[in-house]
Design a protein around this ligand. Sequence first.
Ligand SMILES: NC(=O)c1ccc[n+]([C@@H]2O[C@H](COP(=O)([O-])OP(=O)(O)OC[C@H]3O[C@@H](n4cnc5c(N)ncnc54)[C@H](OP(=O)(O)O)[C@@H]3O)[C@@H](O)[C@H]2O)c1
Length: 326
Amino acid sequence: MPRVVVYDEFGGPDVMHIAEGPVVEPTVGEVRVRIEAFAVNPLDRMMRSGNSPAPVPLPHARLGVEGTGVIDALGPGATGLKIGDPVILTAVPDASVRGSYAEYTTLPASQVVARPAGLGITEAAAVWVAYSTAYGALVEKAGMRPGDHVLISAASGGVGRAAMRIAHQIGAVPIAVTRHSAKTDDLLAAGAAAVVATDKMDVAEAVHRHTGGAGADIVLDLVMGPGQQDLLKAARPGGTLVAAGFLDPRPTPFPSGPPLTIFSYRSFEHTLDPVVVKRMAAFLNAGVRLGALRPAIDKVFALDDVVEAHRHLEKGLHTGKIVVTT
Ligand SMILES: NC(=O)c1ccc[n+]([C@@H]2O[C@H](COP(=O)([O-])OP(=O)(O)OC[C@H]3O[C@@H](n4cnc5c(N)ncnc54)[C@H](OP(=O)(O)O)[C@@H]3O)[C@@H](O)[C@H]2O)c1
């Protein structure tokens, strides 16, 4: 019987265990995907620990909003795909029921796209959430244009690294924010035009120096909390703030400083819209083909070691995506 990662109570990584379940037949408009690999995301930790924005029904809750695999079965009316097609999952809004932490899952055919040629299984498992979030926030929401200076918090993470690559693909200038100056060289190698390390520098001062006094055109905040105030002081008056992450659990003060257009961004707003998904997939395919977009992989675990994969996430020392292969 296929294996699936489940948890019956909220808590630390140890609440997850592997169970066996029946093969579920896809219903109208659905496909069944044999999952080859999935990526671990901060949202998974929030769901597992009982801090998810959406309610998670227990027991036997599942996890996982992204992954890659091959089409294993087609439900009635599922068109445009055939058995054996390699795909990536574009959105699993009901991850507690259909999550990708499994050997098989069923989901609407509209929630998979063809796996970009040129990506290995590990990279394909880790590409969608980071790239679609960064693309959606910067391109669709903020309207990023060539020459824009883009200030990115948590730039060391999966979304941050994707944001830097996408900025380059568009012709914008990514400025990375990290808490640790020891990460400076790594971030420059990952594509940062400049790095602001908050253990050594004042954010506004450093950004104004790098932008000839103008300030950042776009701020992509993946952290929130009190540190957002420092990012806002680095923004150009009339610029844009996209608040897309929540790594700092402390309250975020009401934005002050220069007048800005402010967006609160959740990628499901785009990844459940087939028209935007088509644009996202086209942008991703072009970037992969040109060598501009490629996810950074931190570490790969086997399915039996999924608890270890979450312990690794909890340590917060990863640089890039954590992937589990089935
Ligand atoms: N809006 C959406 O639809 C959407 C979609 C996907 C992800 N997200 C959110 O975006 C955020 C980033 O996701 P990710 O996958 O890139 O995460 P990630 O890979 O786990 O990011 C790790 C990096 O974030 C920084 N960080 C961690 N905790 C921090 C804290 N308390 N304060 C400041 N920096 C901290 C660290 O960088 P340094 O050590 O270098 O500072 C760390 O290397 C998460 O909150 C995630 O839930 C949102």
